[in-house]
Structure formats: structure tokens, C-alpha cells
Design a protein around this ligand. Structure first.
Ligand SMILES: [Zn+2]
Length: 406
């Protein structure tokens, strides 16, 4: 990776990866983040979409960090054999070797040794990431919402939780509840979350009955949809559509933003049902136009569609996350396409980190590296350094602080 050069006074940025290897000891004693070699300060990162991570160290199994989450016989062997052939695993291994000061083949042992000092190791990774705040969906693993203080201690930064609706909806559908009971329960949970200071809400409807939400669905249609014996995850489309409509109206009343899963996810998803354009009817409805809506994961692979929605709809924000883990080298291109069309104060950068602290560190560094490429391209096109400085602060930190009230 060549170091980007901005116009005007020449500013050369260190290759973040190189700095990771050289500047940040494993003991976490270094508080430096990526710093340019001249006057410009690298901004803090508010990670606006992420999940809990392991509270204790252990072996790192990169093959298990996969979009393929099948549990059938042979699935683990498949992941183990395919893992080393993935670019994500190759880059994670090489970068981690640089960070740990060992050879790529020595990463498992070096990481095991480092993780005996878990608090220090995790703290070092987060400091190196530049992450100074995390908007976290703690719906998984079970009980994670009880550990928010511990996540904050380990990460060394505030954790701002958001409430995912599906655990409530799925449980009640499974128990045979009616529509009114489900809507009331979701409304109460949203009120409680807001009263506890949680900063927003989230739906993974794309993993259930898909994003083709009918905003005009009736209560009768919703009731009828529950009378089915398909698996709970695929049951009650009309009911789930109605719940989301009501929840968006609630969120608008509370003034809290609402994340909607779009685009890629693990192998449980039907990718075709996660296209953000399927939300257009909802976005044109009163509830869908009232709430501040964050479409997450860069809507991979529908980045241009996401950029359009953020540009054309008055209440849509574009979050770029997850694809910077599993498709790292297209991240700069996706970020460029977002910046090319969407207002930059509608763009949010995040990790979608989960399970391992390296899955916050790696995508955060990918974002930083991608931005330096994009910045260089925009500067070459004539964008002023002052404008680029403002955009950088906005997309890494300022937009999230404003949107979530941090
Ligand atoms: Zn996520």
C-alpha cells in the first residue's frame, strides 16, 4: 500500500498497517493511534454498529469467523479447509502477526500468550483501532446485555446499547401471542430501553420475512399471518411488517434512531430479501418517513442503492460495516461510492465487530486505510483540504455523535 499524498502542503501518512506493527506493543502500553507524520490529527472513531466480544481470552480460530454458520455434520471441517483460502483470513493473519511481532505461522501461539493478559491485550487492540465509543447491539450472546460495564472496561470506551426487536417478537410468536400483545410488548421494551439511556433500536427483519415491508398492512392481515406452522423465523410476515411500522413511529416520537439490517449477513439470511430498495414503500409511508433510519452494512452488495437512498430520502443514514471485515479490499471503493453521491453528514463508519476483539481492530484499520485512499482520490479531483478534514471528522465520529446523541 503506498502512502497517500494530499495536495498543497505535502502531508504523508504512515501506512497504518506498518504503524500497527512498529508502534503498538502487545502490552497495550502505547496510547498512540494512527497519526499522520505532519499536523493533521487522525480522528477518533465512533463505531456505530457492533456486537459483544469475548470477555476472556483463548485460542483465536480465524476459520470460525465466517459468514458460513452451518451446523450440519462436516460444517466445521468445511470452514477449516476453506478458511486459509479467504483473503480476509490471510490479511487478518498477516496484520496480526505484524501487531504481535511474530511470523504469520506463529500467530496462534503468540495470540494465546497475549490473551493470558486479556484486559491489557483487548485494551491495546481498541486503542490501536482509535475506537472511542461503541453503539452495541447486545442481543447475542444471551446475557450479554448484563455485561455492558465489563465491555466498556475492556474496550476502554463507552458502550451505547441499542435494542433489537426480534428476540421479543420471535418469543411471543412462538408462544402463540396475538398481534396486540406483540405490539404492546415491543412498545414497552422500547420505552424501557429509552428510559435506561439506550440510544436506539434495531431490526433484523431481513433475517426473518425480508425487507419488502407492506406499510399499509392491516391488523387482520397481521393476525392471519400468525396462524401458520412454518418455522417461527419465517412466520408472521404481515405481523412483523406491522410491528416495524409501529416501532418506527415510536422511535420517531422518542427521537431515537433505528438501525435496519440490509445487505450481507451470515448464511441464515436470504440475501435477495435484504436489498434496501425493498424498503422504498415503507420509507414513503408516514412512519417510515418520520423515524431516523440507519441502513447498515453498506447494504452490501447494493452500495449504490444505499447511497441513493441516503441522498434522496430525508431521513436515511448509510452505515458502512461488516463488509470491511469480509470484503476488506472493496471497502475503499464502497466508501468512495457513498461519498460520491450521499451527503457526507449521512455516512457512518463502523465495524460490526463480534466475538473477537480483533474483529473490531481489523475492520477499523481497514476503514482508516480505505479513507486515506478515498481522501487521496477526492483531493486529486480538487476537493479542498478543509472540506476533506470536515468530512473525515463527520464520517468517523461527528455524524454518529449527532445521530445517537453521544
Ligand atoms: Zn451487526
Amino acid at each position: 500500500m503506498t502512502a497517500p499524498v494530499a495536495p498543497g502542503p505535502v502531508i504523508v501518512y504512515a501506512n497504518p498497517w506498518t504503524r500497527l506493527g512498529r508502534a503498538h506493543p502487545v502490552d497495550g502500553g502505547c496510547t498512540a493511534r494512527y497519526r499522520c507524520d505532519a499536523s493533521r490529527k487522525e480522528e477518533d472513531v465512533i463505531d456505530d454498529h457492533a456486537h459483544p466480544f469475548n470477555l476472556a481470552g483463548g485460542p483465536l480460530d480465524p476459520a470460525a469467523l465466517s459468514l458460513d454458520i452451518g451446523t450440519e455434520p462436516g460444517a466445521e471441517d468445511r470452514r477449516r479447509s476453506l478458511g486459509p483460502g479467504r483473503l480476509f483470513q490471510e490479511l487478518l493473519t498477516v496484520r496480526l502477526a505484524e501487531y504481535l511481532g511474530c511470523g504469520p505461522d506463529e500467530v496462534p501461539q503468540a495470540r494465546a500468550t497475549a490473551s493470558t493478559e486479556w484486559e491489557s491485550y483487548v485494551g491495546g487492540l481498541f486503542r490501536t483501532s482509535g475506537i472511542t465509543g461503541i453503539v452495541m447491539d447486545p442481543a447475542w450472546p444471551p446475557g450479554a446485555a448484563e455485561n455492558l460495564e465489563r465491555y466498556a472496561e475492556l474496550a476502554g470506551c463507552p458502550i451505547h446499547p441499542i435494542l433489537r426487536l426480534e428476540p421479543i417478537v420471535d418469543r411471543l410468536i412462538d408462544e402463540g401471542a396475538g398481534v396486540a400483545e406483540i405490539v404492546d410488548a415491543v412498545g414497552r421494551a422500547m420505552d424501557e430501553a429509552a428510559s435506561r439511556g439506550w440510544v436506539g433500536f434495531k431490526t433484523i427483519l431481513a433475517y426473518r420475512t425480508g425487507l419488502a415491508v407492506n406499510p399499509d398492512v392491516t391488523r387482520q392481515e397481521a393476525e392471519t399471518s400468525l396462524r401458520s406452522d412454518v418455522p417461527v423465523r419465517r412466520r408472521g410476515k404481515a405481523c412483523r411488517d406491522l410491528v416495524l411500522r409501529e416501532a418506527l413511529a415510536n422511535a420517531a416520537d422518542m427521537g431515537l434512531p433505528f438501525q435496519i439490517h440490509t445487505g450481507m449477513g451470515d448464511s441464515e439470511i436470504r440475501l435477495g430479501e435484504s436489498n434496501p430498495l425493498l424498503l422504498e414503500e415503507l420509507l414513503h409511508s408516514p412512519a417510515g418517513a418520520a423515524a431516523r433510519i440507519v441502513l447498515i452494512h453498506g447494504s452490501y452488495p447494493w452500495t449504490d442503492e444505499l447511497a441513493y437512498l441516503a441522498a434522496a430520502r430525508p431521513n436515511v443514514w448509510a452505515d458502512l460495516s461488516l463488509c470491511n471485515i469480509f470484503s476488506p479490499l472493496t471497502t475503499a471503493n464502497r466508501l468512495l461510492r457513498l461519498v460520491d453521491l450521499a451527503p457526507t453528514n449521512r455516512i457512518l463508519l463502523a465495524t460490526d465487530g463480534f466475538q473477537e476483539p480483533e474483529l473490531f481492530w481489523f475492520p477499523a484499520v481497514v476503514l482508516r486505510e480505505s479513507w486515506e485512499q478515498v481522501r487521496s482520490t477526492l483531493a486529486a479531483a480538487g476537493a479542498r483540504a478543509s472540506w476533506l478534514d470536515e468530512v473525515e471528522v463527520a464520517i468517523f465520529e461527528g455524524n454518529a455523535r449527532t445521530l445517537y446523541g453521544l
